[in-house]
Design a protein around this ligand. Structure first.
Ligand SMILES: [Zn+2]
Length: 223
């Protein structure tokens, strides 16, 4: 019985590319993952996904405000090196702006026509009425329990030739190093992407990857 239950919670097929997965036990934090044999996407077993109440509690603890100088600098550099060169004139959506919406405020300061949405901290769904030339989503996609549905949603919100800029730490190390990675310890992180899994996502939703630092910043453009 137990075995059967376990099999249902750890996905047999990759959520991104549908290829076969193998199970990976993380003894340190007592979690099991499904690792895709094809694209390398790693998905935390559903029994380890925290509920929305706990998620809100953890997000509220994040010190992501203007008080954190390092955090602000990350976004200043993101704008300077990855967003300004796109020469966006149309609407911008900051998706998953969080409790201290630093990027949102910086984009406003740069005079972008910016809208925002966050399921916990700003859950007005008016944003769905617009199409956007640029969608930014930083430290968000690793929380997606259904990545394909979410990326499809974002792609559908784009104008033709529009951009999605995401920040998420890529899983670009082998499995022994993954099991020692600080990023997996955040209990709300459930989806760990490789570049290959992001390319699969791009191909499914009419996107192409046009820029990346191969570490944590990826720029998609709608075809
Ligand atoms: Zn896969």
């Amino acid at each position: 019985m137990n075995l059967k239950k376990n099999q249902n919670l750890i996905l047999d097929n990759c959520l991104i590319c549908n290829a076969e997965t193998t199970k990976l036990d993380d003894k340190q934090i007592k979690v099991t993952y499904a690792v895709c044999k094809n694209c390398g996407f790693i998905y935390k077993g559903k029994e380890h996904h925290v509920d929305s109440e706990e998620e809100l509690r953890i997000y509220s603890l994040h010190n992501n405000s203007f008080e954190s100088e390092g955090y602000v600098k990350i976004f200043i550099n993101l704008i300077k090196n990855y967003i300004t060169p796109l020469k966006v004139k149309g609407k911008v959506l900051e998706f998953g702006s969080g409790p201290g919406p630093v990027l949102l405020d910086l984009l406003k300061l740069e005079n972008y026509d910016v809208y925002s949405y966050d399921p916990y901290f700003n859950n007005e769904t008016n944003y769905k009425n617009n199409k956007y030339e640029l969608i930014t989503s930083t430290e968000v996609v690793e929380h997606f329990s259904n990545p394909l549905r979410e990326f499809e949603h974002l792609s559908n919100l784009l104008e033709p030739s529009g951009y999605i800029v995401i920040m998420t730490n890529l899983r670009n190390m082998d499995l022994p190093k993954f099991l020692d990675w600080w990023y997996r310890r955040d209990t709300t992180h459930i989806s760990f992407y490789t570049m290959k899994s992001l390319k699969v996502i791009a191909s499914k939703f009419n996107l192409k990857i046009i820029n990346t630092n191969n570490k944590n910043i990826i720029v998609f453009q709608k075809k």
